[in-house]
Design a protein around this ligand. Structure first.
Ligand SMILES: [Zn+2]
Length: 348
């Protein structure tokens, strides 16, 4: 069968193989036919050879961690043939660490977890894959065109879950949420904020393209100026740019007892002249919290599936700015400046 693969660590090794083996029965009793996979920055880093690990004994890593498929067979009866399904990306480490031992693999302490399409497990950019029921998340039939957004939504569902848990340290009645960065993660974080009834603000550099209208359609206020000039005291900031200057401004901008969730990954290596003492003073005197968040566990995937089922399918569809047929796979991994989410289509 066909599969999109790289040789990890070898730049330029992206290939569409047509003789990749069928998924082994040990992968799980649920056999799935691929519908589509979403492309994200992690895929690009793997293609550039900066990241990624093949399964033990293999040279190739199948790409794809933002999955959507249709069940072909499930001997356990958990899902029915024809059901839409996505596969959970991360699997717990085998030791396991205290968090993986209670299925909180998103909080793995020893780094020995594995991830489909990223770290030691084949990804979902292949025509058929298999899942264990505990890693299979069913999706409402209405999400047939957009269900590959479940993975990025699970990431922001986890961010909101942890914001809630931290908020419970006190009487927590957040009103204003600011999302920095209007890429797929930022816009999905804004979607979840709007579903919670918060007043939502989205900040991004873009003044053209689809981002302002997508934020507006959620009822959010869109800003493109500097963060420190916003006339706003957010209770929650979800930082999705990873841009060092924006990260620092977010930590300074959040209101008293506020929570800043850092969800964007910086590349590092950029030095900024910054008054760390003033930041410390603000964090202490205002009881503010800054925390990092990555990945998601089963509970978050289920939250995310519920959030997507309540969202406007047309709005979700507008996040997908290009659908590339599998035969033209390489084009999918070269996002353009106006792209939000590019999807590789296995049905075309
Ligand atoms: Zn672990």
């Amino acid at each position: 069968m066909r599969a999109v693969t790289v040789i990890p660590g070898v730049p330029g090794s992206l290939r569409l193989l047509d003789d990749y083996p069928e998924p082994a029965s040990e992968e799980g009793p649920i056999l799935v036919e691929a519908v589509s996979v979403g492309v994200c920055g992690t895929d690009i880093e793997i293609i550039e050879g900066q990241y990624g690990e093949a399964p033990p004994g293999a040279d190739h890593l199948v790409l794809g961690h933002e999955s959507l498929g249709r069940v072909l067979e499930d001997s356990t009866g958990t899902l029915q043939p024809g059901d839409l399904v996505a596969g959970i990306v991360r699997h717990p480490d085998p030791l396991p660490c205290p968090n993986c031992a209670v299925d909180e693999w998103d909080m793995c302490r020893n780094g020995m977890f594995t991830e489909h399409g990223i770290k030691a497990l084949p990804g979902f950019a292949r025509q058929r894959w298999r899942l264990q029921p505990r890693f299979a998340v069913g999706l409402a039939p209405a999400l047939a065109e957009v269900g590959m957004l479940l993975e990025p939504t699970s990431v922001v569902a986890k961010a909101w879950d942890h914001i809630d848990r931290i908020g419970r340290r006190t009487e927590w009645q957040p009103r204003h949420a600011l999302i920095t960065g209007a890429g797929p993660i930022g816009l999905l974080a804004a979607l979840l904020a709007s579903q919670r009834g918060l007043s939502v603000h989205v900040l991004d550099l873009a003044t053209e393209g689809p981002k302002p209208a997508l934020a507006g359609a959620l009822g959010a206020t869109y800003h493109s100026g500097p963060l420190h000039q916003l006339d706003l005291e957010p209770d929650v900031i979800i930082e999705c740019t990873g841009a060092p200057a924006v990260v620092l401004e977010a930590m300074c901008k959040v209101g008293p007892t506020g929570i800043v969730c850092l969800a964007g990954v910086s590349s590092g290596g950029r030095i900024i002249d910054f008054d760390a003492g003033a930041l410390n003073r603000t964090l202490v005197l205002e009881n503010n919290v800054v925390f990092g968040s990555v990945n998601a566990n089963r509970r978050h995937w289920d939250f995310a599936a519920e959030a997507l089922s309540k969202a406007d399918p047309d709005w979700l569809g507008s996040l997908i700015t290009r659908r590339v047929p599998l035969s033209e796979y390489a084009v999918a991994y070269s996002p353009g400046p106006q792209d939000i989410k590019v999807v590789l289509d296995f049905t075309a």
